[in-house]
Design a protein around this ligand. Structure first.
Ligand code: SAM
Ligand code: 2KA
Ligand code: SF4
Ligand code: MG
Length: 208
């Protein structure tokens, strides 16, 4: 099969990197996890901490069988699919194969593309730079809003009004502005206790 068609079907995917580490952010913070970082993103966040992922064409395309075989080499059975923006791709076949091999499957997404795949946990991190696709709101288990500007608290509430009631609500400081906004985030959460804080703990631990 031609590679372009295989990628369209989600049978092959551009892979920037894959690594076994500890989930640093969100509800699963502290869990050992195998990260699958797909290449390509068209959202363009000015503060993105993985801008080298954006250009899809520069990353080698792998079969989903090879991607899952690599994941099987590590003892953990939690996988996090991230990017880049993973929902640029059809994720049904990859998630089916991971599930058939006993993995719990989480995703990190901006929600800017139509939802695909079967996940145990969906982390939705909406961005001002590209509007989320409506299909994400019923799927999100965790809404994780990055605080880079004081207007991001209102932005967070706007999206919180659209997710399902069980969705966890998290505020995460943008890494370079954590000092500037930490006190605002702390006081916001104390006044709005339905929100929790999420910190990029892997950066404090200096691990991938
Ligand atoms: C690199 S993104 C990849 C997945 C997807 N494109 C997304 O944005 O959700 C993974 C997570 O890191 C967050 N993130 C990226 N850059 C960050 C930064 N400078 N400070 C804090 N969080 C950041 C994103 O919001 C997202 O929750
Ligand atoms: N340890 C660790 N945890 C993470 N949680 C989300 C990440 C991501 O880039 O999607 C990430 C990451 O890059 N490393
Ligand atoms: S959506 Fe995610 S990968 Fe894309 S630019 Fe924003 S933070 Fe980076
Ligand atoms: Mg990261």
């Amino acid at each position: 099969m031609e590679q372009k068609v295989a990628v369209e079907k989600g049978l092959q995917l551009p892979l920037m990197e894959a690594f076994y580490t500890i989930q640093g952010e969100g509800t699963f913070t502290g869990h050992a996890a195998y990260f699958i970082r797909l290449g390509g993103c068209d959202v363009g966040c000015v503060w993105c901490d993985v801008k080298e992922s954006w250009e899809a064409g520069k990353w080698p395309v792998h079969s989903i069988e090879d991607i899952v075989a690599e994941a099987m080499k590590f003892p953990g059975r939690l996988v996090v699919i991230t990017g880049g923006e993973p929902l640029m791709y059809e994720l049904g076949p990859l998630t089916a194969l991971l599930k058939a091999n006993g993995f719990t499957i989480n995703i990190e997404t901006s929600g800017a593309h139509p939802f695909s795949g079967q996940f145990d946990w969906v982390c939705f991190s909406p961005k001002k730079f590209k509007e989320p696709h409506p299909s994400i709101y019923d799927k999100a288990d965790e809404l994780k809003v990055i605080v880079f500007h004081k207007s991001d608290f209102d932005f967070a509430e706007k999206h919180a009004a659209k997710v399902k009631p069980s969705c966890k609500k998290l505020l995460q400081p943008e890494w370079s502005r954590a000092d500037r906004y930490m006190n605002d985030i702390i006081s916001y959460i104390k006044n709005h206790p339905n929100w929790n804080i999420s910190l990029q703990t892997h950066k404090f631990m200096d691990i991938p």
